[in-house]
Design a protein around this ligand. Structure first.
Ligand code: PDD
Length: 290
């Protein structure tokens, strides 16, 4: 069992995996990425991640010779090599390596890197007691639908939250809640769900998409419309979604306690349904949090 990397055609151990200092990912954040979780040796929702990856590539006009099938094959070969059943896969493509200049370099191939490492279990307590979030102004650009390497505003927001004892930073713009620094956010009001619409202000999360269809399949109405900061403070329930945290209840927003500090029934139900979904796709012991 080990962590491994794949760089432009070759597997190697992570400590041997280097790219050139003139990779445009370093100098301009000129690239896009994906994070996929693996349960029981099966990459969860891989098709969705690959589709989003190629949409991101198209949006920033990066070309690659790798096809979806190539990446899938690399992932399965890598999982075999790493011998990991529960793992986190990261992959990115940058515009390539060339002398620094803002314009796209000519005749330069893009760089593909991927690594596979053991999955990280967030503390179980977070699901029992709920997480806390703080609010921060959204200072990002207006193409947050692209999963680009430019994550500095997200990094700064998350760190500020952690420095102040909160789990996640939730971003707002013009009085409306947008998303978390690395998660999507939902509220429950009068037994209906609200979440920001999937436009260019948010990353259209794969987990978000699955949760919306799961909720609808059990007859919970989902409103993909913006909700305000005030609505968040007074919501019946709040939860976050993301590849790493799956469905995570939130019981505190800044100093405001949500649902008397208890995990609400709709959040609980969706969490169960989501685990079932993972289970169906990836196998019986796919459930991460018991
Ligand atoms: N982040 N919003 C943002 C800004 C994100 O960075 C992410 C994921 C999400 C949730 O998307 P998904 O459900 O597809 O994981 C929403 C990844 C995991 C990361 O950057 O590590």
């Amino acid at each position: 069992m080990c962590s491994i990397a794949f760089i432009n055609g070759q597997f190697m151990t992570i400590d041997k995996a280097y790219v050139n200092i003139e990779d445009r990912g370093y100098q301009f954040g000129d690239g896009v990425y994906e994070v996929v979780y693996v349960y029981e040796g099966v990459p969860f929702a891989l098709e969705d991640h690959l589709e989003r990856f190629f949409n991101s590539l198209n949006s920033v006009k990066i070309q690659t010779d790798y096809t979806k099938q190539d990446i899938e094959q690399i992932i399965y070969d890598g999982l075999k090599e790493a011998n990991l059943k529960y793992a986190e896969i990261y992959f990115q493509i940058t515009r390539g390596t060339s002398r620094r200049t803002h314009t796209f370099p000519e005749k330069v191939s893009s760089n593909f890197v991927l690594n596979i490492q053991p999955g990280v279990n967030p503390p179980t307590e977070l699901w029992e007691k709920g997480a806390s979030v703080s609010l921060a102004k959204d200072i990002r650009w207006s193409r947050c639908d692209i999963k680009s390497l430019n994550l500095l505003p997200n990094v700064l927001a998350k760190q500020e939250a952690r420095d102040n004892g909160y789990f996640e930073s939730v971003l707002y713009r013009d009085g409306y809640i947008i998303e978390g620094s690395s998660t999507n956010i939902f509220i429950v009001e009068n037994n209906q769900i609200y979440t920001y619409p999937a436009n260019s202000h948010i990353l259209g999360g794969i987990t978000r998409k699955h949760i919306i269809s799961l909720a609808e399949s059990i007859n919970i109405k989902v409103n993909q419309i913006p909700f305000t900061v005030e609505q968040l403070y007074h919501a019946n329930e709040v939860f976050l979604t993301g590849t790493y945290i799956e469905v995570l209840p939130v019981t505190k927003v800044n100093s405001e306690i949500i649902n008397n500090g208890l995990v609400g029934p709709i959040t609980k139900k969706l969490n169960e349904e989501y685990k079932k979904w993972i289970n169906n796709e990836c196998g019986l012991s796919a459930i991460k949090i018991s």
